[in-house]
Write a protein of this length. Structure first.
Length: 212
């Protein structure tokens, strides 16, 4: 279980983004997270994946702190995949940075063999996002933070990417936090949904049920 307990965080010279935020993400669970722009959704995602350190509170994995080295068990996937890769590396090196996906796994995510000899800037955003998502599925990984990963993709690519990710995570019982502005997408993918507002989390599942 990935657990955040009473997290507090703010950037210098700004108001607190997160105030005593707590959540749990279980193995195999898909949890949705929405919120206005600037509400702190990506910051929360980066905290959960160890990219940032909370200024108060704690993040634990099965009761222990996140590891300081090696392949991280919680992977953060950003909206812009070009920011997550080394532009001087060929795509094959990027994909195999942490592990070596099988041909079947590459096929499931639509990663073509001819891409592997190219540099990332020669791929479209959707193609590179497929590579980055597959790269994040190393055997040591147990949780994913998918931060607006399909926002810039065409509808067909969106469906293909989420279907492939759903199949792989169900097979391995990975927990997934889906961050998105798209409420319809979150309703389709995530049985439980949270909304971040004014530094605190609201259970959107309960709110939606009452409104429905």
């Amino acid at each position: 279980m990935l657990e955040a307990c009473q997290l507090g965080f703010q950037f210098a010279n700004s108001s607190p983004l997160l105030r005593d935020v707590s959540l749990t993400l279980k193995a195999g669970q898909w949890l949705g997270l929405s919120g206005d722009s600037g509400a702190g959704k990506s910051t929360l995602g980066k905290l959960l994946a160890g990219y940032l350190a909370p200024q108060s509170g704690a993040i634990t994995l099965d009761g222990a702190a996140l590891p300081n080295s090696g392949v991280q068990p919680v992977q953060w996937l950003p909206q812009s995949p070009e920011l997550a890769v080394n532009p001087r590396w060929r795509v094959g090196n990027i994909l195999r940075e942490a592990w070596a996906p099988s041909d079947a796994q590459c096929q499931a995510f639509g990663v073509q063999a001819k891409w592997l000899s190219r540099f990332p800037q020669s791929l479209s955003g959707g193609e590179l996002q497929r590579v980055c998502v597959l790269r994040a599925l190393a055997p040591e990984v147990r949780f994913l933070v998918a931060d607006e990963i399909s926002t810039m993709l065409d509808p067909i690519t969106q469906v293909e990417l989420w279907q492939a990710l759903k199949q792989e995570t169900e097979k391995r019982q990975l927990g997934v936090l889906v961050i998105s502005h798209d409420s319809a997408l979150l309703e389709r993918l995530c049985p439980q949904r949270l909304h971040l507002s004014a530094g605190q989390l609201i259970d959107k599942t309960i709110t939606d049920a009452r409104e429905g």
